[in-house]
Design a protein around this ligand. Structure first.
Ligand SMILES: [Zn+2]
Ligand SMILES: [Zn+2]
Length: 266
């Protein structure tokens, strides 16, 4: 019999963690694609902490790092570029050094990258502590000890422990290395999957680097960004308010004011 509880936890943890990364840290924190009340901001901040658990990413550091990635995409100042650092482990170490420098305040930040991101110092302090990481790590392990029915199930545990960096590695590496391009951009961004079920839209890097403030990362009729329907619904029920509705009416981009789409066969 398949290990249903293990599978359920794995899928739920993967999906919820990547959803709050793309919805809260990326589209809200780094890009401010929509607004929300302070109360909802706190609620989603907490959701981000709970779903990322042992690998909680600080929203301020994430936003600065990500804004640098857009400004310096695939150049020497990019905090994570597989074009500059083709070795995945080395690229991740480079990103981690940047991230830690931002957390400790050792790394100087250009003024234009500052501000506009959510901040909750008390939760940040606890979320980044060893106490928090070890507690979450132990919680996943206890669940596995209870429900695992084969030794190899435990091989999935490190994915739970490092969920945030695992998603980061997939998006930052594949998204600028493998896939197709819809638009000519200065960087090497790519759309890795036409239906990005793995990282909820984050792998539409080429579309996103072209339209940095567009909340739907899918552009062509046959592309699907799984986070978009949830964001659309949150806007419709009034929990968030999208900033630029012009871009959100359909998945088709208004060609008159847009960069030309490349031939799909290219
Ligand atoms: Zn990118
Ligand atoms: Zn972005």
């Amino acid at each position: 019999m398949p290990p249903w509880p293990i599978l359920a936890l794995f899928v739920a943890h993967w999906a919820s963690s990547v959803f709050f990364q793309t919805f809260f840290l990326h589209r809200f924190g780094a890009h401010r694609m929509f607004d929300m009340s302070k109360g909802w901001e706190r609620f989603f901040y907490l959701c981000t902490y709970v779903t990322q658990g042992s690998s909680f990413l600080n929203p301020r550091a994430y936003a600065i790092l990500h804004r640098m990635h857009h400004a310096y995409s695939d150049t020497e100042k990019d905090p994570h570029s597989p074009v500059m650092i083709p070795n995945l482990i080395k690229m991740m170490n480079h990103t981690r050094d940047h991230y830690r420098g931002l957390l400790t305040g050792r790394r100087e930040v250009e003024k234009r990258f500052l501000g506009g991101y959510p901040e909750w110092p008390a939760l940040d302090r606890f979320g980044q502590s060893w106490t928090s990481s070890l507690l979450w790590g132990a919680l996943y392990a206890v669940f596995y000890l209870h429900f695992a029915t084969a030794w190899w199930h435990f091989l999935l545990l490190p994915v739970h422990w490092f969920m945030g960096p695992v998603h980061g590695a997939i998006v930052n590496w594949f998204g600028h290395w493998s896939g197709y391009r819809n638009f000519e951009t200065k960087d090497d961004s790519r759309n890795t999957l036409p239906f990005d079920f793995l990282t909820f839209g984050e792998l539409f890097q080429n579309n996103h680097h072209t339209y940095g403030s567009r909340p739907n990362f899918a552009v062509r009729a046959w592309e699907f960004d799984p986070a978009w329907p949830a964001i659309w619904l949150l806007d419709k029920v009034g929990i968030i308010a999208l900033r630029d509705r012009r871009l959100d009416k359909s998945s088709a981009v208004d060609e008159a004011e847009s960069p030309a789409l490349l031939d799909p066969a290219e």
